[in-house]
Design a protein around this ligand. Structure first.
Ligand SMILES: Nc1ncnc2c1ncn2[C@@H]1O[C@H](COP(=O)(O)OP(=O)(O)OP(=O)(O)O)[C@@H](O)[C@H]1O
Ligand SMILES: [Mg+2]
Length: 298
């Protein structure tokens, strides 16, 4: 462990994360068994193939430095640090998602969602992005699509700036110019952009799909990870499910009511592949951090 390892989980922070399954099928046949977990080796074999002749356009956005100390303090994966339990767990989750990146439609666009606030969407989206950025041949674009309550940039310690909403609202704003390249190789961040009243309508417009497809088209090595607002509290998550090929639904172990989970999955129904990530927050750090969370879910 490194100097950053002040967080010592008592138990695995992400439980049974690899047990992804088709929840909709499970709804139809309650005795359906979960899909077997595919091995990391199999995932490597299925790693997305990119034409070696392909060259990325020169980068035109901003540069930002990731606040590693802040990530460490809050219990996130720390780029370039020695392997940790959390990093290992996200490696398993990542493998499952990468297997489907090029085998299902829009598989390179991954929506991180949950029913309620505080279940760990931003935590999971950021950790997943940091984990995927370690892959060769992948450029991760982490999009702060929680436009009403954007937290990705603050979490990473990046300065805010123009982003998704600006590119959606103004066709003269190029999305590539809004990207922030970071000092973590292969990690690029797209801010939510300037807050505005018509944010939901903008996200619901056909331009969202076009912009996200444009991000992938500009660089076929890209994997787009969308942090989203709570699906049961706001409509953008279900809109984003239309453009994402894979969804990772974050569930707070022992806290998310089953009914809320079923409703969340139903709202994301347009997404071809839905997986569950059981996020446990057994945590040896300050317990105050989760005080508001427990209040909201029960
Ligand atoms: N497994 C975990 N280990 C440590 N901290 C965690 C874990 N999961 C979540 N947290 C922390 O719990 C808090 C709430 O999580 P997070 O912000 O990711 O939730 P969210 O679903 O994005 O909420 P919102 O819908 O309000 O944006 C954050 O401080 C986050 O860092
Ligand atoms: Mg969040």
């Amino acid at each position: 462990m490194t100097q950053h390892s002040s967080i010592r989980p008592r138990v695995s922070l992400i439980e049974r994360a690899a047990k992804a399954y088709d929840f909709r099928a499970a709804l139809e046949a309650s005795d359906a068994a979960p899909e077997p977990v595919r091995s990391a080796a199999a995932a490597d074999e299925a790693a997305p193939a990119v034409d070696p002749a392909w060259k990325a356009a020169p980068f035109e956005g901003r540069l930002g430095r990731i606040a590693r100390d802040q990530l460490a303090e809050r219990g996130f994966i720390i780029p370039d640090a020695a392997p940790s339990v959390l990093a290992e767990e996200y490696r398993i989750i990542k493998r499952e998602l990468l297997l489907d990146a090029d085998t299902i439609a829009r598989g390179r666009v991954i929506l991180v969602a949950s029913g309620a606030s505080g279940e760990g969407k931003t935590f999971s989206a950021v950790n997943l992005a940091l984990s995927c950025a370690q892959e060769r041949d992948i450029e991760v674009v982490l999009v702060d699509a929680d436009v009403a309550k954007p937290e990705v940039l603050a979490t990473l310690g990046l300065d805010n700036g123009p982003g998704l909403l600006d590119a959606l609202a103004d066709p003269t704003v190029r999305i590539e110019d809004c990207l922030i390249r970071t000092d973590v190789p292969n990690l690029v961040v797209l801010p939510a952009g300037t807050a505005r009243n018509e944010a939901t309508e903008l996200l619901a417009s056909g331009r969202t799909k076009a912009l996200l497809e444009g991000l992938i088209a500009a660089n076929p090595r890209r994997l787009v990870i969308l942090d989203s607002p709570p699906a049961l509290a706001a409509s953008p998550a279900s809109v984003l499910a239309l453009v994402a090929g894979q969804a990772l639904v974050v569930v707070r172990a022992d806290k998310t009511p089953e009914r809320a989970l079923r409703e969340t999955v139903a709202l994301l129904n347009h997404c071809p592949q839905i997986r569950l990530l059981l996020n446990s927050v057994e945590y040896a750090g300050s317990s105050r951090r989760f005080g508001s969370y427990y209040g909201q879910v029960q």
